[in-house]
Design a protein around this ligand. Structure first.
Ligand code: RB5
Length: 146
């Protein structure tokens, strides 16, 4: 898969870990920054990454900040994006199966590194259920963008 990746200064370390991990898993990563721990504004990085998913240039996106909240709110402002902030692997699995989330948000200040990596693995490897009920609900929520 082609995966857009973005972070702010509060999550530079985890973004680098996720980049290495996804590459090792055989995915193609587009890194939208940031590229150091120097202070930046998360919308400047999360929005272009999410936009690339909405435009079909990347299949999915992963956005990370201190809490995961700022980047998730940002990503969900982009039309076509269903961003899920996940702090556990169960949520990561269910949001793929039920919401067909196309962007994952996480917080470096919230998650230990092994838990964060497990959330990424589960979210990346779980397919949408294709269940008619879930698709109907997604259609309704996407209609709210119009
Ligand atoms: C940056 O200081 C911090 O506000 C950001 O990483 C994030 O937690 C915002 O939601």
């Amino acid at each position: 898969m082609k995966i857009a990746l973005a972070c702010d200064h509060g999550a530079f370390e985890y973004k680098e870990i996720v980049k290495e991990m996804l590459t090792e898993m055989g995915h193609e990563v587009e890194d939208f920054g940031c590229h150091s721990t120097a202070s930046v504004d998360y919308p400047d990085y999360a929005a272009p990454a999410a936009q690339s998913v909405a435009d079909g240039k990347n299949d999915r996106g992963i956005v990370i900040c201190g809490t995961g909240i700022g980047v998730s709110i940002t990503a969900n402002k982009i039309k076509g994006i269903r961003c899920a902030l996940c702090n556990d692997p169960v949520s990561a699995k269910l949001t793929r199966e039920h919401n067909d989330s196309n962007v994952l948000a996480m917080g470096q200040r919230i998650l230990g590194v092994e838990l964060m990596k497990e959330i990424v693995r589960v979210w990346i490897n779980t397919d949408f259920s294709n269940d008619e009920r879930h698709q109907r609900r997604i259609n309704k929520l996407m209609a709210l963008e119009k």
